[in-house]
Design a protein around this ligand. Structure first.
Ligand SMILES: [Zn+2]
Length: 332
């Protein structure tokens, strides 16, 4: 019932024109969206697929963008930021993170709508059969056979029997792994990997692109970096930070034959990006850097720290329209 009430409230804000007023307020700034994956059908288990959108949902969101915004490319955005000239009114930029195989489906749809895009790829996973470490960890914890699971900083935690509480506990452990030093995290992952478990396979969700796929996308879109191994950049030493930024950029340029000037910082939250990180990105030759902060960005902002809205999928269209209207930014 609360879900229905929420949907009704969001629909009301749409009918009353709140979203339109908010979009107008933000017309001189840019809306940057962050997607992760596009899958064929709306899934039954939404929680696991929350970072994806369905093909139908993606199409309707692109129609909405084309109707209400002016989709621009990363190169156009960069030109405006560099010259400090106004952005085209109601600018919007679409980006994808991680580098999943399903991004090829997204590419075909984007082409159909003529919408530019930056696909940020995690080069260490491209062409590999590995699952992103955060997904692998969560999957291993879900399958953990003992009543207690080891914790990243030592000790154990008794897992609740209630499925919802259990899932929340596992999620908390996964999130806590993003707050610790990378060396400690590696040790924890090794410890968790010692248990032989039958991991769940879902290629549509987890499979990464290979370089042929990346090159195919590069014909029509920008390829950006999402680092080599997807570490939290504020949790690694300076030498590793420099290496993650440089090696991923070089690999993308060598494989695509095109310059790589965009970077999306893994996880992208306030704790995951620092001035040291954005300065290192600038020193490596990146021109645009993307975080996740649910705000429209302006030409006066640091091009290496532009905010994006993370699109959560399989929700009513009114939710997407309300969240991306900028209302949160106005109320903050
Ligand atoms: Zn990512």
């Amino acid at each position: 019932m609360p879900g229905l009430l929420k949907t009704a409230a969001l629909n009301t804000s749409r009918v009353l024109g709140v979203n339109r007023v908010m979009r107008w307020q933000m017309r001189s700034r840019v809306l940057i969206l962050c997607y992760h994956g596009v899958i064929a059908q709306k899934p039954k288990d939404r929680a696991r697929y929350a970072n994806t959108v369905s093909v139908a949902e993606f199409q309707s969101q692109l129609e909405y963008l084309c109707r209400n915004y002016h989709p621009i490319s990363a190169a156009e955005l960069l030109a405006c930021l560099r010259q400090q000239r106004p952005l085209p009114a109601r600018s919007a930029l679409v980006t994808f993170d991680d580098g999943y195989q399903n991004n090829l489906v997204a590419g075909e749809i984007l082409l159909k709508y003529g919408v530019p895009c930056v696909f940020h790829v995690t080069t260490g996973y491209i062409g590999s059969a590995r699952v992103l470490w955060t997904d692998e960890l969560l999957n291993r914890l879900e399958l953990w056979p003992d009543p207690e699971v080891p914790l990243p900083l030592g000790g154990t935690r008794v897992l609740p029997r209630n499925p919802t509480e259990r899932q929340r506990a596992l999620w908390e452990i996964k999130e806590s792994c993003k707050k610790i030093d990378a060396s400690r995290l590696e040790g924890y992952l090794e410890q968790i990997r010692t248990r032989a478990l039958e991991l769940r396979e879902d290629p549509e969700l987890f499979e990464f692109l290979n370089w042929d796929g990346v090159r195919k996308l590069a014909k029509n879109f920008e390829i950006g970096s999402h680092t080599v191994a997807h570490p939290i950049l504020t949790r690694i030493p300076p030498a590793r930070l420099e290496q993650e930024l440089r090696e991923s950029k070089q690999m993308i340029e060598a494989e695509t034959g095109k310059p790589c000037f965009c970077i999306a910082y893994p996880n992208g939250g306030a704790d995951d990006v620092s001035t040291a990180v954005t300065e290192a990105a600038a020193n490596t030759g990146y021109k645009l850097g993307f975080t996740l902060a649910e705000r429209y960005s302006g030409v006066d902002e640091d091009p290496l720290a532009l905010s994006r809205f993370c699109v959560q999928g399989h929700l009513p269209a009114s939710y997407f329209e309300f969240r991306t209207s900028g209302v949160g930014q106005m109320l903050a």
